[in-house]
Design a binder for this molecule. Structure first.
Ligand code: HEC
Length: 139
């Protein structure tokens, strides 16, 4: 009986969702919610709660012209492989080191958190897939 009710519920939800556009919008929302958790647990220490960065040490992710102007693959690569050397973000120079995303975070976590950043604080939006994370990882 329980399974039957459950199946009905799934059918009802499928009927409401109806088309693939809203289904993928749902996937995106799930990804962003997961990414927010990873952000708060890890990235926020440096880039701060609203992505504003910290003085001349940690660059902003909020409205970052760096994120906007670089190919997605490069941004993903910076997060999973690390980034060092001089960069300019929103007119300010930074010359620090970001270590690679620690190994206890999966490719799914990486896809989620970068999707979260792309969809927060005036950044350009879009979705980062697990396949894109795998492709950006240094072999
Ligand atoms: C321990 C501090 C630290 C943590 C944690 C950290 N970063 Fe960074 N991040 C940096 C530093 C420092 C730079 C600049 C590196 C340079 O100067 O080359 C940077 C640069 C960046 C950039 C490119 C520059 C910009 O501001 O647009 C992105 C994107 C970024 N980080 C995303 C993330 C994401 C997403 C996470 C979490 C998964 C994260 N960072 C975690 C320190 C950190």
């Amino acid at each position: 009986m329980k399974t039957f009710v459950h199946s009905l519920l799934v059918l009802a939800i499928a009927a409401v969702v109806g088309n693939t556009t809203s289904a993928s919008a749902q996937d995106k929302a799930t990804l962003i919610a997961k990414g927010e958790k990873v952000y708060k647990a890890y990235c926020q220490t440096c880039h701060q709660a609203t992505g504003q960065g910290l003085s001349t040490v940690y660059p902003p992710l909020a409205g970052s012209d760096y994120i906007k102007s670089k190919p997605k693959k490069e941004i993903i690569g910076s997060v999973v492989n690390g980034l060092k050397g001089e960069i300019t973000v929103n007119g300010k120079k930074f010359n620090g080191v970001m270590v690679p995303l620690p190994k206890n975070y999966t490719d799914e976590d990486a896809a989620a958190v970068i999707t979260y950043v792309y969809n927060s604080w005036g950044n350009p939006g879009g979705v980062v897939s697990v396949a894109e994370v795998k492709a950006a990882r240094k072999k």
